[in-house]
Design a protein around this ligand. Sequence first.
Ligand SMILES: *Cc1c(COP(=O)(O)O)cnc(C)c1O
Length: 468
Amino acid sequence: MAASAITGVGINLGLSSSTMRPSRAHSVTMAVSVDEKTKKNLTLRKSEEAFAAAKELMPGGVNSPVRAFKSVGGQPIVIDSVKGSRMWDIDGNEYIDYVGSWGPAIIGHADDEVLAALAETMKKGTSFGAPCLLENILAQMVISAVPSIEMVRFVNSGTEACMGVLRLARAFTGKEKLIKFEGCYHGHADPFLVKAGSGVATLGLPDSPGVPRAATFETLTAPFNDSAAVESLFESNKGEIAAVILEPVVGNSGFIPPKPDFLNFLRRITKENNSLLVFDEVMTGFRLSYGGAQEYFGIIPDLTTLGKIIGGGLPVGAYGGRRDIMEMVAPAGPMYQAGTLSGNPLAMTAGIHTLKRIKEPGTYEYLDKITGQLVQGIIDAGKKAGHAICGGHISGMFGFFFTEGPVHNFGDAKKSDTAKFARFYWGMLAEGVYLAPSQFEAGFTSLAHTSDDIEKTIAAAEKVFREI
Ligand SMILES: *Cc1c(COP(=O)(O)O)cnc(C)c1O
């Protein structure tokens, strides 16, 4: 594993009176003007028309902010179809895809077996609102795979999983405070929108209006990889901390691995203080290894959230953990949480067939090999052309930053040259490579990516690095 780290200032999402007003300032923006020549090989006329129409219909033209391309300038390409490692936009351009629908597509897009299984399931209906056997099957697979999970509750998104797990941690401990890390994203529920990453980081929003002070009052934050900061939060909030939640490998402010002793330290200090350790593995679950980050690093949290891969491209989230904690969840226990479409047969089917495939031997060795080649190739190309760049990967998750590094937290990450990233981004797109449209998002490979894909991508990077 070639570890990298980013630096910089965690965006300050603390509420202030000026951010409580709706204001145009929030709708922007690190938009960068893109040199027209970097777009020269792309015909995007249909995408441009479709997005112009979309902006009249949906806020910002999208249903999730990072998709709008604000941090790389220009406007998004509109996708028509996906297959394997590739995607095609509505103008007919083909791309090698390193976003993978933000993580779920670990076996490649539109896998034939998954599609066939979905078609079979669909014949029996799309939703029962009652128990189905497929829930047992996926639950059993998740419990066997993830070391900390003895019981699991399925929900419909990672956001819901994190909302549920927070309520559960508070219910179980009888405490209310939460420690999270700057640049870690745990979905868009109010208590987590403090120094969050992902879209919030990308857009440079100081905060989100509409989040009441009371909702984040119990949320404490520390820089990632900073044990001393966590220690002092425990010191000054004695007996009040319900849980520490983190992305064990950060993916929502770029790719940032934990320092060697950091996870161990968090396991120890939460135990000593009767607080719960929660790994948000919505991204890293089944991504770093079949048992997630907890298996990869050998650190077992009390509770875990999952999403993305376990839905195989359909909307799913889950939270799980020790049986004694999970039995607090209704209707086994008093902590309420529910969902009309939770555990629906289509999502369970896509999850089951995706997990079946990645459980086969060699999955993570293959992902690690091609992803290592990719990241090393990009870094070498960048350095050769005289650019400051650092990066790393674990299995099929990777990232690189346009800074010397090392990057150990969001503050380090923010030293990146985001204007240069925008030029690189459009250059790569013109070469047929689709990366996450932000410096502060991790990338993903899949079992469908071939050595040829990787070589083509590195060759594209060599060319683009010379031009920017
Ligand atoms: C994607 C993500 C979420 C949110 O999941 P959604 O399905 O988008 O609601 C939460 N936590 C982490 C670590 C994520 O990567």
